[in-house]
Write a protein that binds this ligand. Structure first.
Ligand code: GAR
Length: 198
């Protein structure tokens, strides 16, 4: 029997993108199943949301680096994703760079949502970068993850206007609304393609 696309979600924050994915799955618009949520932040909103949705949510120790997990911890993440039979890994506000263990375990099987129109403004707080650069338009991007920082193949982008009196908070909130449409839509396309292949 054809099963829904099995997702594993990694996040460090409040989890609004994870919520958007869950809402579309529950509405029958996305043929997928979130098998596990993993966070490097013990009290992250995404973990309490996972509990609300009755999905296994696991905390992994961040280790001693700021921008990446330690290799042994990444190996744990790989084990957890494999045990959950995950087919596609989603970075939904995961604030660490994924390295060899995860990249090797899921070649071409990791996607990220980023709050700018890549290749512009990779890295942290991309909406602030866009504002500081005096842009009039920014947005969000869904892309495959490779070994670089926000450099993988772009799957889709959605533009968001920057208003004259925007604050970083208001702009990020508007970008997030766009993210909540774009990410599940891209996932629905991948899930449909995946269904055709099985
Ligand atoms: C999102 O805006 C996402 O684009 C960003 O973190 C936020 C997570 O929000 N990711 C990055 O900046 C990655 N470089 P959420 O926890 O509410 O989904």
């Amino acid at each position: 029997m054809k099963h829904p696309l099995r997702l594993g979600v990694l996040g460090s924050g409040k989890g609004s993108n994870f919520r958007a994915i869950m809402e579309q799955i529950n509405d029958g618009r996305l043929d997928a199943e979130v098998r596990i949520v993993i966070s490097d932040v013990e009290n992250a909103g995404i973990l309490s949301l996972a509990r609300d949705f009755q999905i296994p949510g696991l905390y992994v120790r961040p280790g001693r680096f700021r921008a990446k997990l330690e290799p042994e911890i990444e190996e744990d993440v790989v084990r957890l994703l494999r045990e959950a039979s995950v087919e596609l890994v989603i970075l939904a506000g995961f604030m660490r760079i994924v390295k060899e263990p995860v990249l090797r375990a899921f070649p071409g099987g990791i996607i990220n949502i980023h709050p700018s129109l890549l290749p512009k403004f990779p890295g942290l707080e991309a909406w602030k970068q866009a504002l500081a650069a005096g842009e009039t338009v920014t947005g969000c991007t869904v892309h495959y993850v490779d070994a670089g920082v926000d450099t993988g193949k772009i799957l889709a982008r959605k533009t968001v206007p920057i208003l004259r009196d925007d604050t970083p908070e208001r702009l990020h909130a508007r970008i997030q609304k766009a993210e909540h449409e774009l990410l599940p839509a891209v996932l629905a396309e991948i899930a449909a393609r995946f269904r055709g292949l099985r």
